[in-house]
Design a protein around this ligand. Structure first.
Ligand SMILES: [Zn+2]
Ligand SMILES: [Zn+2]
Length: 298
């Protein structure tokens, strides 16, 4: 913008328009398009397909530039409507999830199907996790002696005996990618401590059972008495936990299908791109095989 308030074009130095609107530059772009197109034709006629393609790409770039400036498509000579222009742009967009062209993640059919599979897989995983956990007898309020690494009298030791109190079940963390029930357990001697967090650990129930087994074997071998396990035979999930939905699994779904982060993070994961095992079974059971055309379903 000059002091008088009229713009000067940085391309042709005329006043009254800027480079973006410069009619001279627009004509030059058309000339380059024509040149590249005719060179592509010549090279192609001479059998030089690689050179022809190189000119095609140049021509395509000039066509796009010209289209942006004039809304006229040099390939057809016709004015392009906004709707047609959008359709052409959409044809080029690449889905950040499945990598196909022609749609965005928001309208991606694959991400919808994959979430459906994820929810069903989480449902089945929860049924199995609950059954396995109930067999151990460990539940909310259980007291379990274990041998595990930890501090004793201020010293780190590989193998100390503590009695653990199971203070919570981490129900919501159990889903397709985390197929085990996890609990928080605290050193029973520290139950009265105002801050229990230094004495609290989080483990899969199966791991707690292992550590309990280690304590039992050790006590048996050494002829020692062990605090008796006090198990709670019931393990009752919160309402709706065995019928998860996309809404109730929102947190897990955010982690499994992230919409932010690196390109790699946002891409469709291997489990869904190449489904196997239980995922594959579920796709079949839900009748979604047609959405995985790369797979052999026979
Ligand atoms: Zn100009
Ligand atoms: Zn997609």
């Amino acid at each position: 913008m000059s002091y008088s308030g009229t713009v000067t074009c940085s391309h042709c130095y005329q006043r009254g328009h800027n480079k973006r609107k410069c009619p001279q530059l627009t004509e030059e772009i058309k000339g380059r398009y024509d040149g590249a197109t005719s060179m592509a034709g010549k090279e192609r006629a001479a059998g030089n397909e690689n050179d022809a393609r190189w000119y095609d790409e140049r021509a395509e770039r000039y066509r796009e530039q010209y289209l942006k400036r004039t809304k006229i498509d040099l390939a057809t000579g016709e004015k392009v409507t906004n709707k047609a222009a959008k359709a052409a742009r959409m044809k080029k967009v690449e889905c950040g999830y499945c990598g196909q062209r022609g749609h965005t993640r928001r309208t991606c059919p694959a991400v919808k199907v994959d979430k459906q599979v994820f929810v069903e897989e989480s449902r089945r995983v929860r049924i199995a996790a609950l059954e396995a956990a109930r067999e151990t007898g460990i539940g909310l309020g259980s007291m379990v002696p274990i041998r595990s690494p930890g501090y004793e009298n201020g010293e780190w030791r590989r193998d100390i005996l503590t009695l653990r109190y199971v203070k919570s079940i981490e129900w919501e963390s159990c889903c397709a990618y985390r197929p085990n029930l996890t609990v928080k357990h605290v050193d029973a001697r520290k139950l009265g401590a105002p801050n229990q967090s230094p004495y609290t650990s989080q483990d899969q129930i199966a791991k707690l059972v292992q550590a309990n087994g280690a304590a039992l074997r050790y006590a048996d071998a050494e002829g020692q008495d062990l605090p008796v396990s006090s198990l709670v035979p019931s393990l009752d999930p919160p309402k709706g936990w065995l019928q998860p939905t996309e809404q109730s699994l929102a947190e897990a779904i955010k982690r499994q299908f992230p919409t932010s982060g690196t390109k790699h993070n946002k891409q469709r994961g291997y489990d869904f791109a190449y489904p196997s095992g239980i995922t594959r079974e579920i796709i079949k059971d839900l009748g979604l095989t047609e959405h995985f055309p790369r797979e052999n379903w026979t």
